[in-house]
Ligand binder design. Structure first.
Ligand code: RIB
Ligand code: CA
Length: 345
């Protein structure tokens, strides 16, 4: 049912995006891709817990923007799941600092915006009705909190694209659960049932694309800039984890790019094959965090699969080589500015 290639050409006006993130190495890749891409206008970054504690997420988002010579609102969001007990961040994947344990950081300009992430999302959606795209690549508590603050939010935002979940591919934190959904399944179910135009970029596609470490080495050599040097350092740590623990990645010294694909589907939808269907999240038990998709037109007797909201568009397939080429070409563009250092104390 309803399998289609995603064809939605970008307009020439850059798309206003709020980036909801738990940076995180692949989050950093995604942020740099968005900053480098001429069709994307990142109007703010909302942070959440996940790969790191939320305080570290704020620090990293500010640092990555400043490294690239860019300034924008960065807000602190939720620090724990709605119901379940928070787990410790996965230091073995992203490093204790979320960026592969950087040996040092330079002092740069930048302070967080005082609003919560949820308030910022609501404020921006009201200020630019129909214009904001939410690209969410961490646990979904900020989006769920924004829905609580403004139940009309689904009529105000243009689109939501999230990295999370999986339909046919095995999970990465349990046989059925992907990490972002697992970290806050109640928030995720609220997001999947809110009724906004929603695209899911899950492991079904992110596990089809392995990014070699040499790609990030080439980008760093090309730019000779502290931002891309920092990304290369972080990806070395992240790739070491994947190369040691994932048999599919083991023969390539590289990693999955998970979060960056949430932006590639925005800029290059023609590279993805989608299927439309209702998605719900298992919130308890052994299947906690599973994203279950209604893939057939069957009138199920069980409650919860009704059709009074638009279906989620789920990415099921990706043209992996073309996707990798787009990521490389975008990060090779001349997008970096000189970072502004903090005044000496
Ligand atoms: O499962 C992949 C997701 O979990 C990505 O968002 C990555 O950053 C991690 O948090
Ligand atoms: Ca992430």
């Amino acid at each position: 049912m309803n399998i289609l290639l995603k064809q939605q050409p970008m307009s020439t006006i850059p798309r206003k995006v709020i980036f909801d993130t738990d940076p995180g190495v692949d989050d950093a890749m995604a942020l740099f891709y968005a900053l480098a891409h001429p069709d994307i206008d990142v109007v703010g970054i909302t942070t959440t817990f996940g790969n790191v504690y939320v305080e570290q997420a704020v620090t990293n988002a500010l640092y990555l923007c400043a490294l690239a010579g860019r300034s924008m609102p960065v807000t602190q969001g939720v620090g724990k799941p709605i119901t379940k007990v928070a787990e410790a961040p996965p230091e073995h994947i992203h490093g204790a600092d979320g960026l592969g344990n950087l040996p040092h950081r330079i002092a740069l300009q930048g302070q967080p915006d005082p609003r919560t992430s949820a308030q910022f999302i609501v404020d921006m959606a009201r200020r630019y009705p129909g214009e904001i795209t939410l690209v969410a690549v961490g646990p979904l508590g900020n989006l769920a909190a924004a829905l609580q603050l403004a139940p009309e939010l689904p009529t105000l935002v243009r689109e939501v694209i999230l990295m999370g979940g999986t339909v046919l591919e095995s999970g990465n934190v349990s046989p059925v659960a992907e990490a972002n959904i697992w970290n806050d399944p109640h928030a995720a179910d609220a997001v999947f049932t809110a009724g906004w135009p929603l695209t899911m970029v899950g492991l079904d596609v992110t596990h089809q694309l392995i990014l070699p470490l040499t790609l990030f080495q080439n980008i760093a050599q090309h730019h000779q800039h502290i931002a891309t040097d920092t990304l290369y350092h972080a990806v070395q740590f992240y790739s070491a984890f994947y190369s040691q623990h994932d048999p599919v990645v083991a023969h390539i010294n590289g990693c999955y790019g998970h979060d960056v694909l949430a932006f590639v589907v925005l800029t290059n939808p023609e590279l993805f094959t989608l299927q439309a269907g209702r998605v719900r999240v298992a919130t308890d038990g052994l299947a906690q965090g599973q994203t279950m998709m209604r893939r057939k037109d069957i009138s199920y007797p069980q409650h919860g699969w009704h059709d009074d909201i638009p279906p989620t568009q789920v990415c099921m397939d990706v043209q992996a080589d073309a996707c990798k080429a787009v990521i490389e070409a975008t990060l090779m563009r001349p997008w970096l500015q000189t970072p502004e250092k903090s005044p000496a104390k």
